[in-house]
Design a protein around this ligand. Structure first.
Ligand SMILES: [Zn+2]
Length: 390
């Protein structure tokens, strides 16, 4: 089995929403630079993606929407398709740049399906909000959903999708809401307090797929310990029961305490712990197969590069110790170009994620969220929602 596949090409920086838009591709550039500076990518060939063909995009998007995206730079806006809003401004090359992001995640999926690797990462992917016929939440095409759909046609019929972005993974949930071959699990800030306002525990899937959409809405302020407590109370049991053939994860890092767009309070150390947990779950329950994507994350310099370097390192089994100092070759150019930014010095925020396992109690608002989610879906999988051993 080959080393994990890492998909990257600087062409992916062309997905640029421009101006002061928070979704700034510099976060990807800084991530790859940091991973390189720390030696994480030494000897790892970077796989170059191509634009996803339209037939693949149309797995989850309408032909009409694709045409609208292609026309948008000429027209300026198309509100019916979510194009030209503050969140989703129109930019030149919108179609081709978006299709390249999908191509990145699709290439990672193809590598997995070929059997040549068991892990693959598309750090530019994770555009989980894009809907069938409209753009949403900075996302034009939904690379996550396209890749899952492709895997379903290429040898897999049980796929688990775990979404750790601070926002609800609504586009992916919608794409497979009535498909019991795909278990979607999203942990996110409560929809009562954050866009897109969906992702309540009561959203559980439809028809024969009831129980196959799982939502864990967490109260604002939830930190590493509460997040990990909720994760452990919900995710491992469901994966053990579902027995996926592939674990697909959207690894947005806007759950960080410094993220400007949301109100959870995780640290880079919490993110690192999440990736190690996901790796363990892929090994335990998904034959080791793990396809990871990036996602949200808007503290562009201080947070995203460190968290996603931890993600890439974890996938490569080259875990970076938290107290590792940031190399001068990464820090110095930033200091010169952006002297006002106070840079971190290590790969840690000094967080010490040490959660206590949920034992069935109803202690605080995180525990109540855990109980609500378990009661909504566990019985549909033959699990006891009130028994912490399940
Ligand atoms: Zn997000």
């Amino acid at each position: 089995m080959g080393a994990p596949a890492v998909v990257w090409d600087s062409e992916l920086l062309g997905y640029d929403l421009g101006g002061e838009h928070p979704f700034n591709p510099v976060r990807l550039e800084l991530t790859i630079r940091l991973a390189n500076a720390l030696g994480v990518l030494d000897g790892v060939p970077l796989l170059r993606p191509e634009q996803a063909p339209e037939a693949e995009l149309e797995r989850v998007h309408t032909h009409e929407y694709l045409e609208a995206v292609k026309q948008a730079p000429m027209v300026g806006w198309d509100l019916e398709h979510g194009l030209g809003t503050t969140d989703n401004p129109v930019f030149d090359q919108m179609h081709s740049a978006s299709a390249l992001v999908v191509g990145s995640t699709l290439l990672a999926a193809e590598q997995l399906a070929s059997g040549s690797v068991t892990r693959a990462v598309s750090i530019a992917g994770g555009l989980h909000h894009a809907m069938r016929d409209h753009a949403a939440g900075f996302c034009v095409y939904n690379d996550c959903a396209v890749a899952i759909s492709w895997l379903l046609d290429n040898g897999f019929d049980r796929i688990a999708y775990v979404d750790t972005d601070v926002h609800h993974g609504d586009g992916v949930q919608a794409a497979f809401y009535d498909d019991p071959r795909v278990l979607t699990i999203s942990l996110h800030q409560s929809p009562l307090t954050l866009w897109p306002g969906t992702g309540a525990a009561t959203e559980i899937g439809a028809g024969s797929a009831q129980g196959y959409a799982v939502n864990v809405p967490l109260p604002p302020g939830t930190g590493d310990d509460g997040w990990l407590r909720a994760f452990h109370a919900v995710v491992p049991s469901l994966l053990a029961e579902f027995r996926p053939q592939v674990l697909v994860t959207q690894c947005g890092v806007d759950s960080h305490r410094e993220d400007p767009l949301a109100d959870l309070a995780l640290t880079v150390d919490g993110h690192r712990t999440i990736y190690r947990e996901l790796r363990g779950l892929a090994e335990a329950h998904a034959d080791g197969r793990w396809l990871a994507m990036g996602g949200g994350g808007y503290q562009l310099v201080r947070v995203v590069p460190r968290s996603w370097t931890h993600l890439i390192a974890t996938m490569l089994d080259r875990d970076v110790a938290p107290d590792t100092r940031l190399p001068a070759s990464w820090v110095d150019p930033l200091r010169a170009n952006a002297p006002s930014i106070q840079l971190p010095t290590t790969m840690s925020d000094g967080g010490t994620p040490e959660f206590q396992r949920w034992g069935g109690e109803l202690g605080d608002s995180v525990d109540r969220a855990i109980r609500e989610t378990r009661r909504a879906v566990f019985p549909l999988h033959g699990l006891d929602p009130d028994d912490p051993r399940d």
